[in-house]
Write a protein of this length. Structure first.
Length: 268
């Protein structure tokens, strides 16, 4: 485990976000085996594989080393290996380390109920996924958990947006990719994005600006779905169309729900 600097250190900016994209935020490097990708357990359990011996893929990209954060639910210590059952809110997976003097010292310090950062390689045996551990360490600063979730979302959205294609014409901030199809979101919806004007068909961007300027935002309880529907149903064509856009914006990390599924805040 010493080759991995005792695990992934987000606070130093290491890992996938910094190493895997060019300056334009475009395609990742091809050598996935040397890339550390932040993931959720659900992503690991729904990976694609072209054939039984093929590479695992997430969002259409080869999966090399992975890192995630979760809480240890059970530990099975055996003479040759230690098996940790880890859960992160999206799923549960076994992570195992094969015993050595150094590994024992590290893994023996982990107890049930501990939040841990895991670095390893995904494996599949008899249609059951598990992770072969390179490193497991306890989380001391829970800001690392928040950072991991944001980083995982950023990488996922970057890959899925790049597959969807880019918006026609580059914004002055360097352009953005289309996540919402016909209802695209431009860089003006993002802090530091260019301009404040809203394109006539840019519904997601208009939703972001409406929420940010809504009198209820300061209260922290979120903007009611019905207010957003009232504002945009005529432009979109149906209430269901507005709901679909809201769900897409939540899934892609532009909005989040607050007190219930019918109140929204922007992430900016």
């Amino acid at each position: 485990m010493s080759n991995y600097n005792r695990g992934y250190n987000s606070s130093q900016g290491q890992g996938f976000v910094q190493d895997s994209f060019g300056s334009d935020g475009g395609a990742p490097k091809k050598n996935a085996n040397h890339t550390l990708r932040p993931v959720t357990i659900k992503q690991l359990q729904t990976v694609a594989q072209t054939h039984s011996d093929g590479d695992f893929k997430i969002d259409g990209h080869d999966l090399g080393q992975i890192t995630f954060i979760g809480v240890v639910r059970t530990i099975n210590r055996q003479s040759t290996q230690h098996i940790f059952q880890v859960e992160d809110g999206t799923g549960t997976i076994d992570a195992r380390t094969f015993s050595s003097v150094e590994d024992d010292a590290e893994s023996n310090s982990i107890t049930e109920g501990t939040y841990v950062r895991i670095v390893g390689i995904l494996r599949s045996y008899n249609e059951r996924f598990s992770v072969n551990l390179h490193s497991i360490r306890s989380i001391q600063d829970f800001n690392e958990l928040t950072y991991h979730l944001l980083e995982t979302t950023f990488v996922h959205v970057s890959f899925t947006k790049s597959k969807a294609g880019s918006i026609g014409g580059s914004a002055s901030s360097g352009g953005a990719h289309n996540t919402f199809g016909a209802h695209s979101m431009s860089s003006a919806a993002v802090p530091g994005g260019a301009g404040g004007a809203i394109g006539g068909g840019d519904i997601p961007q208009q939703i972001v600006e409406m929420i940010n300027n809504h009198p209820l935002k300061a209260a922290g309880s979120g903007i009611p779905r019905r207010d957003i529907q009232s504002r945009f149903t005529s432009a979109v064509g149906s209430v269901q169309g507005v709901n679909d856009i809201l769900e897409t914006m939540v899934a892609d990390g532009f909005l989040y729900t607050t007190e219930d599924d019918d109140h929204f805040h922007t992430v900016y």
